[in-house]
Structure formats: C-alpha cells, structure tokens
Design a protein around this ligand. Sequence first.
Ligand code: ATP
Ligand code: MG
Length: 363
Amino acid sequence: MTIELPSVARFDDSADDHSVSRLLGESTALRAARRLISTVSRFDVSVLLTGESGTGKELAARAIHDGSVRSGMPFVAMNCGAIPDGLVESELFGHSKGAFTGATAARDGAFTLAHGGTILLDEIGDFRLDLQVKLLRVLQEKKVIPLGESTGRPVDVRVLAASNRELSEEVGEGRFRGDLYYRLAVFPIHLPPLRDRDGDVLRLSDYFLRSFARKHKKHVIGFSVGARLALESWHWPGNVRELRNVVERAVILVSGAAEVGVHCLPIEIQTGDDSVRPPDHRSVMEHPDIPVATDSDAATDGEEILPLVEEERRIIMRALTRCSWDVPHVAKRLGMSRATLYRRIRKLGLVRPGSAASGETSV
Ligand SMILES: Nc1ncnc2c1ncn2[C@@H]1O[C@H](COP(=O)(O)OP(=O)(O)OP(=O)(O)O)[C@@H](O)[C@H]1O
Ligand SMILES: [Mg+2]
C-alpha cells in the first residue's frame, strides 16, 4: 500500500515582496518591532518570534529572510503543530526509501529543502520533547540524519522559530527544553497585539479597505464615523488577521458607491460584546441563523441614518462600559484626548450606572 505523505512544509519561491515594509503600522510598538526585524535580518542568527495569533509572526519571518543574504535561497515554513505526530520527524529531516511502511521513495525533509536558505519552525511550542532533542542536535551539528539513514548530511540553514505561547514559561514548566530555548531565542522579537498598537487599527483598516476595494472592484468611500468608532473600540482577539477579514467582508457587503457603516461589521464588533459572537466564531455575516444586513436593510431599518450624535453616544457608552469607565484608557482606545472625551461625556449626558447621578443604587 502506498501512503501519500502530507507535504506540510511550504516551499515559498514566489516573487512577492515580503520586505519588512509589508508589516504595516505606525504605532510605537510596531515600529520598535519593525526596527528589530530589519536589524536582525542582516545577521545570521536564530530568531524567536512571539506574539498572539494573527500578529504577523510569519510575515515577520519572511521579512527577516527577505532582508538577509539568504534572500535568493529557499524559505520553508513548517507548522509543527499541524503535522501528525508520526510524520513530524520525516517531514523535518526526510527519510530513505523503505525507512518505514509506505516510504516507497526517499524524500527530502524541510531542512534539506531549505538548504542555503531559511526555515521557519512555526508553533515550536507544540514540538514533542523527544524531537526537541533531535532538533537541538541538528542545530548544534548542522547535520540532519534522514529516517532510515545512519550518517548525517550537512545542512546550512538559518532557523527562525515562532510561538504564540510564552516559551520561557513552557521551559519553567518542563514542557520545553531550556537548552533548545536558548539556542532558538538568540534574538527574541515580540509582535505586540493589535490592541496595544496605538492608532494602527484605523490605519490598517483604511489600508485594507483600499486594497480590498481594488481587489473586489468596489467603489467604497471609506468608513462611517460609527464604523470607525466601533473598529477602534473592539479588542481584536484575532489581531491583524481578524481585522483584515472583517474589512474584506465589509467591503463585500457594501453595495454601490457607499461608506462602510457599522451594520457591515460583525455583530460582536457592532455591540462590543464577545458573547454575541456566533457560537462557531464565524462572523455574523456568514452565520446561517442571523440575518445579514445589507445596504438596502440599512436604508429601511434606519441604521445608517441615525443622527451622528446618537451613533456617537452608543459607541462611547459601549467603550466606557467595556473598559469599566476607565476614561483615560477609553480616550486612548478611541484615539481622542482625555479632555475631548470628558467634554463629550458631559455634552452627551452620559452617566456611569450606579453613580449618584445615574439615579440607580449600587450594591
Ligand atoms: N502589520 C501588518 N500589516 C499588514 N498585514 C499584516 C500585519 N500583520 C499581519 N498581517 C496579515 O495578517 C495575517 C496574519 O499574519 P501572520 O500569519 O503573519 O500571523 P501569525 O502571527 O503568524 O499568526 P498565527 O499565530 O495564527 O500563525 C496575514 O494575512 C498577514 O499578511
Ligand atoms: Mg503563523
């Protein structure tokens, strides 16, 4: 019986631009990460990229490769968490013909494919302990031993690793080898979550809006004030990937030459409430049980013709509630000064529930 081995290693030889300038954003946090990426790319050392899901770790890895002397050579990304246990070793190091049942031909592993270039070991935290030992040996000896062979083959590969878990904690808890951690983390770079990148949500939203409008050939004017406020006050658990998807869907929903209104955003972003997210985490616009708002709905249900002041009241109140009325924090998240936010709270007559002025009694 012939077993077709899954090819999890992705060999990237596209001519796309993967330079560091593709990591968009002007916040202090992102600029600092971009500077580190740019600097380290020129030095042939291992880099450990950490950050929540969707923060751009793979994009950063490609940028490091692209900015290095190895840029003309292969870039191979291996998602360690996605490979069935029994296949990880052969996917990484290769195997000889007959090395195991189903190995009908010899096959190169990711390290050999990446020879001369760069390998990204993604989700390195998912690596089994016994394989961590083998990986450490490859890094130390710069040789791989394919399954079924006894002698090592020299490989010249720059190793980048990525993890959305805090690897140093995994070391502390005995799930990740300290010696491998220090070998990989010669130069650690943390990609900050989107919620900590001041002002970048709107910058990226505008960028993605223009780019998806071009891609889908739609004439979209921009975001409504309400949509901008909703985007700004959302906490983006899925980071840039989530933002990108949200904007693409919004562009698809808008019809004619129009603004993206709040009704084009997923329900959880409209309401600022995670608990209303459809159970399978898909956006409301994909969810079969929840009606999709269209531009014509907007015209009939009044969504888009709410007076601006009402829209503003709703968004500011929602942000204040979500952030337990931490006004300085809310001002930062909404991209306005504290003084402006205080002025608007007063002007709109917003009152914290439970405060003496609200008329409600607190318990
Ligand atoms: N700063 C950024 N500017 C533009 N696009 C970005 C940025 N950061 C991430 N992206 C885009 O967001 C998506 C997710 O990025 P990427 O795959 O690099 O994230 P990741 O951190 O590796 O996520 P995961 O941990 O889930 O694998 C990609 O489409 C990427 O192009
Ligand atoms: Mg990734």
